[in-house]
Write a protein that binds this ligand. Structure first.
Ligand SMILES: Nc1ncnc2c1ncn2[C@@H]1O[C@H](COP(=O)(O)OP(=O)(O)O)[C@@H](O)[C@H]1O
Ligand SMILES: [Mg+2]
Length: 273
């Protein structure tokens, strides 16, 4: 098992771990809480997120799903009054240690949001944006990164003839796949997705779900969704959050067919939420 993610403070580009081993956890939460001012939005959750699998976080609106997801790349640092307690670690390193370099962390942990948010730039420049920030300058090398990222995001065939067109001219579903290409262009280990398909039509949603199925070979994916069918379709593991508590965490098939907790059962059978 090697889920070592290297030293977060070293900024050099590392390729993804292609070892066939998919076991072992990469993210560990231990009594981890997130507060806005004094109020806990996530309360003392403890669970291990396995490497190179898809973990879904489900639960009713306001239960802390996005807050937990943003804690993984420290996006919550930007929110006034937001503090944490307990442990959240990545590859064995405490993410909230003062030694962690947040820029390196965000390179390791890419994020895709609910609403596609491409930059008002060309398709090429959107994907090249991260690699350029991290020092890539050579046009040939950049072209290769752009092509490879678009291929992995299942968008290349649709855009290869118009890479210099503005990304805002793409459809919503294409824009979201472009955002995924932009996220993977810097070779992250982990992809965080916060309701990545909820603004898309059913056909685009199913393309994103197929893509998640492809990407899980190479990345650890943590996806927030309020769509339980989607969680059941795309994830290996499911965490059910309710009012900031982690009620149940387990294999998706178990959670959806044989939940241990009454509240999980009530939620997945649509009794509330
Ligand atoms: N920026 C913020 N400032 C203060 N409270 C927030 C902020 N973001 C979320 N919250 C609160 O934290 C709780 C969890 O929110 P969130 O993580 O967005 O839930 P979910 O993604 O499950 O809908 C909610 O009570 C919400 O009102
Ligand atoms: Mg949310």
């Amino acid at each position: 098992m090697n889920n070592d993610i290297g030293e977060l403070r070293k900024p050099e580009i590392r390729g993804p771990d292609r070892s066939p081993d998919r076991t072992g956890s990469i993210i560990t939460a231990k009594d981890f809480s997130v507060y806005y001012w004094k109020k806990a939005a996530v309360s003392e959750v403890s669970f291990d997120i396995p490497a190179r699998q898809v973990t879904a976080i489900i639960g009713p609106s306001g239960c802390g799903k996005s807050t937990f997801l943003r804690a993984i790349n420290r996006m919550n640092d930007l929110i006034p009054g937001c503090t944490t307690s307990g442990l959240l670690s990545l590859g064995g390193q405490d993410l909230y240690s003062s030694k962690v370099d947040v820029v390196s962390l965000r390179k390791m942990v890419g994020m895709v949001f609910q609403k596609p948010n491409p930059f008002p730039k060309s398709i090429f420049d959107n994907v090249a944006y991260g690699p350029r920030i991290h020092g890539a300058r050579d046009r040939g090398a950049l072209s290769n990164i752009v092509r490879r990222s678009l291929e992995r995001a299942a968008l290349w065939d649709e855009v290869k003839g118009r890479l210099s067109d503005n990304a805002l001219g793409l459809s919503g579903g294409q824009q979201q796949r472009l955002c995924i290409a932009r996220a993977i262009a810097v070779e992250p280990k982990i992809l965080l997705m916060d309701e990545p398909a909820s603004a898309l039509d059913p056909q685009s949603t199913s393309r994103i779900e197929d893509l998640i199925g492809e990407l899980r070979r190479e990345y650890t994916i943590v996806i927030v969704t309020h769509n339980m069918q989607q969680a059941a379709r795309v994830s290996d593991m499911t965490a059910f959050f309710y009012e900031g508590d982690l009620i149940e965490f387990g294999e998706t098939t178990q959670i959806f067919t044989n939940p241990t907790e009454k509240r999980t059962e009530d939620y997945i059978t649509g009794r509330f939420g």
